[in-house]
Design a protein around this ligand. Structure first.
Ligand SMILES: Cc1cc2nc3c(=O)[nH]c(=O)nc-3n(C[C@H](O)[C@H](O)[C@H](O)COP(=O)(O)O)c2cc1C
Length: 274
């Protein structure tokens, strides 16, 4: 199949696809009045499918997706600004979890939603590692603690800055300050040298974070876990990511033990207008 095909009976030659193609890959053929790819379009196409989904007539079929594979936007399901503001302000980092596993299907469904996060050039570099086994989560947390003990021993400035001695004390008194007793941790990873990987993984985990409460789930970014995962060899061994991959984010997930009742204050944004 060529890069895309146009249904002549449906296309009205309005040129919406021409305007919206991010790679400026489409032109209107003056004699037929129909869109067609520019020479060499394959090289520039990022397979985003915008040409397919922006067409109000379902006239374009891209090699990577046909209109039939792209469900319609449901206007009744879109939120107003108050809904969105409330969703974002009511999301919380959860640090106390029920001793209950999350159904694998739920985690899978969440990841299937989070994968719609944007990525540079639509490269979709994010890969997911679900540490489902709770004992393994605890074991990984213990490895992060070993890393912290080592940094404390070396008098590393990071250990002082992050009060790692307090974290070690908490661990030793039976509380887990790394994974907070969450039953599972979700890691995003990608090729270490992929330029777009860090923002793509961060945004994908943010999507997951925002979606989780609608499933009754709580999440919390696992920053210490993430920090250790690319620099502490025992952690790298335990995670065993594919060759050339790095961890670009980690998130605890589970059923929250408590409910939040109010929206906390945050700093006023500092905005510069030019
Ligand atoms: C990159 C990043 C790393 C974080 N790492 C941790 C962590 O390791 N442990 C933890 O308890 N919270 C962690 N947090 C949660 C923050 O402390 C939390 O977002 C902040 O206190 C605001 O609270 P809220 O998320 O409920 O609004 C992290 C947040 C971010 C964005």
């Amino acid at each position: 199949m060529t890069l895309f095909s146009v249904d002549e009976n449906r296309c009205k030659g309005e040129g919406i696809c021409v305007d919206e193609c991010p790679a400026r890959n489409i032109v209107i053929n003056e004699s037929t009045g129909l869109p067609e790819p520019i020479p060499g379009a394959e090289e520039f196409c990022i397979n985003c499918g915008h040409c397919v989904v922006v067409c109000p007539h379902g006239a374009i079929s891209h090699r990577s997706m046909s209109p039939d594979e792209c469900p319609p936007v449901i206007k009744e399901l879109t939120f107003n600004p108050e809904h969105v503001e409330h969703l974002l302000r009511a999301r919380r980092s959860i640090r106390t979890y029920k001793k209950k596993h999350v159904e694998k299907e739920k985690i899978e469904r969440l990841i299937h939603i989070a994968r719609y996060a944007p990525s540079g050039h639509n490269l979709q570099p994010v890969r997911w590692l679900v540490i489902y086994d709770s004992d393994r989560v605890s074991h990984l947390a213990s490895i992060v603690m070993d890393w912290m003990r080592e940094l404390i021993k070396q008098k590393n400035p990071l250990a002082i800055l992050l009060h790692m001695d307090r974290l070690v004390e908490r661990w030793e008194s039976g509380n887990d300050p790394i994974c907070r007793g969450a039953p599972h941790v979700i890691v995003t990873h990608a090729q270490a040298d992929e330029r777009t990987a860090q923002p793509a993984c961060t945004i994908a985990l943010t999507y997951l974070d925002l979606t989780a409460p609608s499933f009754g789930l709580g999440t919390c970014w696992a920053g210490y876990f993430h920090a250790a995962s690319n620099i502490w060899p025992p952690m790298q061994d335990a995670l065993n990511l594919p060759d050339g991959h790095a961890c670009f984010g980690a998130m605890m997930i589970g059923y929250p033990k408590y409910t939040y009742h109010r929206l906390p204050k945050r700093n006023t944004p500092q905005i510069t207008w030019i």
